[in-house]
Write a protein that binds this ligand. Structure first.
Ligand code: GDP
Length: 313
């Protein structure tokens, strides 16, 4: 990518979209198309078509699409699936039609089978049943990978799929019911600290393990891959270390400065027992994650406090 190429971050208001904008800005790309006033309704065929016809981006990062934690995935699976399917179809097709040179699509680690061998390798995709708590969303994400491969095969257009580990960071959706675990626990502990509450609920048994990655590291890797990777095979983006939910809850407790008790609510689902990515291919290309987990949590909490987050129920 040249510094003056037209770069479109589809979904620039999402956790990842905002991080991509930060990272592109740091590198002095001067033609990033991403003001909120300009973004079309990405689920709408005519809107997206007109937008691409007008803007004609050289490069596209497809970071759009509704997402949520294990609670949201159980509550609104249809919305999550439909929203992601529509966006993938419209953006990928318009990118091809209006001459985008390269597109990076973001899948999800929940695209892997529930009982996948760990750490998860790209060869394991579609080799077994998905985790039931996020099957609808994961199916939409897999469809996006397949769509990129089909467009590459039929039209020869360079579309790659990136599979990030569990992302967190500034700009996340901070809510109690629908957020991903780190954002949800930050909200719960921050509120409990302020209200002097003696305990908070942590969902599940605390034993599932997740590989958490700071979102700016994913954005950094995605720009690296835009420049250095071209293949129909998806590529994993992780940092190679996983922690249990109990451990991450304890770390968040320290970062927030909450001194109450963590009560594990086994009536809430655990989801996948372990999600860890084999990112050896990316690491062998010379890319390295930059943000240790603890530092990422501190930055995220500072951002949450400074902006006061968006606290729903
Ligand atoms: P997942 O990686 O797709 O399962 O997504 P999440 O980020 O929602 O959840 C990760 C794990 O954190 C699951 O095992 C949850 O049971 C656990 N967890 C513990 N407390 C919470 C919480 O307050 N919110 C969410 N979303 N997950 C929680």
């Amino acid at each position: 990518m040249n510094l003056t190429d037209r770069i479109y971050v589809a979904g620039h208001h999402t956790l990842l979209g905002k991080a991509l904008l930060r990272q592109l800005q740091q590198r002095d790309y001067s033609a990033v198309i991403a003001s909120s006033a300009e973004e079309p309704d990405l689920t709408d065929r005519a809107d997206v078509d007109a937008y691409f016809n007008d803007v004609r981006p050289d490069y596209v990062f497809l970071a759009a699409g509704m997402t949520g934690g294990i609670g949201a995935n159980q509550k609104i699976p249809a919305e999550l699936m439909l929203n992601n399917l529509l966006i993938e179809c419209q953006v990928i097709d318009s990118a091809q039609k209006y001459g985008t040179r390269k597109l990076v699509y973001f899948a999800s680690s929940c695209s892997y089978p529930r009982s996948c061998r760990q750490p998860m390798q790209v060869a394991s995709l579609m080799t077994g049943p998905l985790e039931p708590t996020n099957e609808a969303y994961a199916t939409a994400k897999i469809a996006g990978i397949k769509l990129c491969q089909a467009y590459r095969q039929q039209y020869g257009v360079d579309m790659i799929s990136v599979i990030p580990a569990n992302m967190f960071g500034p700009g996340d959706e901070f809510g109690v019911e629908d957020s991903h675990v780190i954002a949800a626990l930050i909200v719960k502990m921050h509120r409990a600290k302020r209200a002097g509450m003696e305990k908070i609920d942590v969902w599940g048994s605390g034993s599932p393990r997740r590989e958490f990655i700071y979102v700016d590291d994913v954005a950094d890797a995605a720009i690296f891959l835009m420049e250095n990777y071209s293949s129909g095979a998806p590529i994993n983006v992780g940092n190679g270390s996983d922690v249990s939910i109990r451990e991450i809850a304890q770390m968040i407790k320290e970062v927030v400065g909450y001194h109450g008790e963590l009560c594990f609510d086994r009536n809430r689902p655990d989801g996948m027992p372990l999600k860890a990515l084999d990112s050896s291919e990316l690491l062998a290309m010379g890319w390295q994650p930059k943000t240790p987990l603890r530092l990422g949590l501190e930055r995220t909490y500072r951002w949450f406090v400074e902006t006061n987050g968006v606290i729903d129920s």
